[in-house]
Design a protein around this ligand. Structure first.
Ligand SMILES: N[C@@H](CCC(=O)N[C@@H](CS)C(=O)NCC(=O)O)C(=O)O
Length: 223
């Protein structure tokens, strides 16, 4: 039997967090190795296969996978969370890319200098409430089903709940005009594997703090 997947990344959310979410939602236990120093990173480069010398890297099923999207596609397909046919897969891709774009904006906000934080936050709220959330609210309304593609949740739902929670950390009332997304949030948070992941002490990571950013810069600064 294959062992647990092993995740290599910093001790923060960053690009690895969606991978943690997807594995946890699929009910897969995993191990993590955190890179805290340049030596650890050099060792990882030397001992392990890092195709583009970048993390996230995940050892899974005898492979050393890099590139976040490739890792996510593999996990989603393996656990039947990537649609029943090519059309569903295309829909999932569209929904996932939308949430990925919004998450990217939120991540930039974590790292932005203090004088730009307020402006960035206004843009996140504007984009979330005018561009992205109305789409997911409309999908749920039109299909009249509990999840984006019907009555079974998929990878798209996992990314959506991750994004909703991230957005609420920035602005607690951000979902106030979206009743179906609020109900969706409650439903997804009640999925047993997700409920477990959200409990204190789970592998869910806090947002990157100053220490995380400093560590990443120190490890990878090649100037
Ligand atoms: N396209 C890659 C980008 C990975 C990436 O930029 N990783 C950063 C850490 S979040 C890294 O390893 N940077 C070091 C470097 O580029 O040398 C992915 O999505 O996984």
């Amino acid at each position: 039997m294959a062992g647990k997947p092993k995740l290599y990344y910093f001790n923060g959310r960053g690009r690895m967090e969606s991978i943690r979410w997807l594995l946890a939602a699929a009910g897969v236990e995993f191990e993590e190795e955190f890179l805290e120093t340049r030596e650890q990173y050099e060792k990882l480069l030397k001992d392990r296969f890092l195709l583009f010398q970048q993390v996230p890297m995940v050892e899974i099923d005898g492979m050393k996978l890099v590139q976040t999207r490739a890792i996510l596609y593999y996990i989603a397909a393996k656990h039947n969370l990537y649609g029943k046919n090519l059309k569903e897969r295309a829909q999932i891709d569209m929904y996932v890319e939308g949430t990925t774009d919004l998450m990217g904006m939120i991540r930039v906000h974590h790292k932005s200098p203090p004088e730009e934080k307020e402006k960035n936050l206004s843009l996140i709220i504007e984009r979330a409430t005018k561009r992205y959330f109305p789409v997911y609210e409309k999908v749920l309304k039109e299909n009249g089903q509990p999840f984006l593609l019907g009555n079974q949740w998929t990878w798209a739902d996992v990314q959506l709940i991750e994004t909703l929670l991230m957005a609420e950390e920035k602005e607690s009332t951000i979902l106030s005009q979206f009743p179906l997304l609020q109900a969706f949030k409650a439903r997804m948070c009640d999925v047993p594997t997700i409920k477990k992941f959200l409990q204190p002490g789970s592998p869910r990571k806090p947002p990157p703090d100053e220490k995380f950013v400093t560590t990443a810069n120190r490890v990878f600064n090649r100037k």
